[in-house]
Design a protein around this ligand. Sequence first.
Ligand code: HEM
Length: 471
Amino acid sequence: MAEFKEISPNASAGAKLTNWFENRFPTAFDAYRVHMSEYYAPKNFNFWYIFGSLALLVLVIQIVTGIFLVMHYKPDAAKAFESVEYIMRDVPWGWLIRYMHSTGASAFFVVVYLHMFRGLLYGSYRKPRELVWIFGCAIFLALMAEAFMGYLLPWGQMSYWGAQVIVNLFAAIPLVGPDLALLIRGDYVVSDATLNRFFSFHVIAVPLVLLGLVVAHLLALHDVGSNNPDGVEIKKGPKGNRWSPNAPADGIPFHPYYSVHDIFGVCVFLMVFSAVVFFAPEAGGYFLEYNNFIPADPMVTPAHIAPVWYFTPFYSMLRAITAEMMYALVACVVLAAAFGVFKARMPVLFKGIVAVAAAVVVALMLAIDAKFWGVVVMGGAVIILFFLPWLDNSPVKSIRYRPSWHKYVYAVFVVNFVILAYLGVQPPSPVGERVSQVGTLLYFGFFLLMPWWSAKGETKPVPDRVTYKAH
Ligand code: HEM
């Protein structure tokens, strides 16, 4: 048990009250110190470091607005669509709550994509922050599941057919696929049973997992300490600052320095967020698709089914895997195996590589069902993110000190990701298909060839201390 802290009888009433609580709940006070007032973050954080706090803010917005939506929403195929219309028209402020929640879903992905990109820029996923990154990737997966299941709830045409298309993809998995799809739907088609289970997962199961993962993400980060735009480890540098002789010299307390800094970011974010909520909640059909204002009709398939924008880069990769594209994939596997054989010196490894490559090529050729490989590619595009800490071989962390041409590699990656996102909202076309096939190869090329290209080129000297200009 923690030691009882005495307080002077002459102390103020506020101090006495705080002391009363501290003696009865010291863990809360320790947590405040460890994570706020005595968490020393590098003093050179920039604009990119705002998105973690913003992601937390959006998480809170989603939970609070979600609680109010559930008070009026009916998870019943016969009533769901009209209950959402009822929220929009008759529930006092219901329209605001609903638009905050729908805009919040897109805002979440904007913020999280920028947050992940920051990690990429400054090598924040590298040792000792691999687990912080892995928890982040798991959060990203959970967020995708959460958004996908939430999208079925308004029971509009896009909700219905979007879910139909995606759940059917699971049926392409050999052996277990059809049963798995049945298990997910709870029926042979998307129906009331599907709506009920998606509702349950969307309001309880996935949010609990998300919250747990966010806590793990932050605890892991605070154990190892934050990275920064220079990629310099402040814990390895000199010790002693204004607040503590043992703290890193380049660290400043999170509270009040970054808490106030983040409040500024929150204000700017809320201005943009409110502008969308009040003036463009549909965002031209990107945040709320027009077809979703039509009630779900199992007898009428919309001409063009597209997921919401944040899924479209991955959806493009799924659509890119046609029977023809399979030849390109086989060629990539053969080239990779040949490269491996060329590089490997040990005969056993040599044989192993050839055998594995041959097995993969045969599997690709035999199970020629391109739909299945499309699912593998789409899933692989997310799963590959988990391996980033072990793919990057650069001797330095931050883009600032990497060879200048690395910036172009990142630029191509980002532009390619945006093009894939754009193509994913468009109806299929021969040109679009070809571009998304090239885009898919570029996306995977970026990661799979990273062990090679990240080590190439001349790095710039990394300073011993973080670079910081007082302002
Ligand atoms: C609900 C979603 C998320 C929340 C609430 C969240 C929250 C945070 C917060 C508050 C920080 C510290 C402040 C900052 O460095 O920005 C942080 C850091 C970090 N997050 Fe997240 N995060 C989320 C998702 C993700 C995802 C999807 C990834 C990557 C796949 C990720 C990777 C990281 C990394 C690598 C750091 C350390 C950055 C550094 O020290 O340079 N996070 N996160």
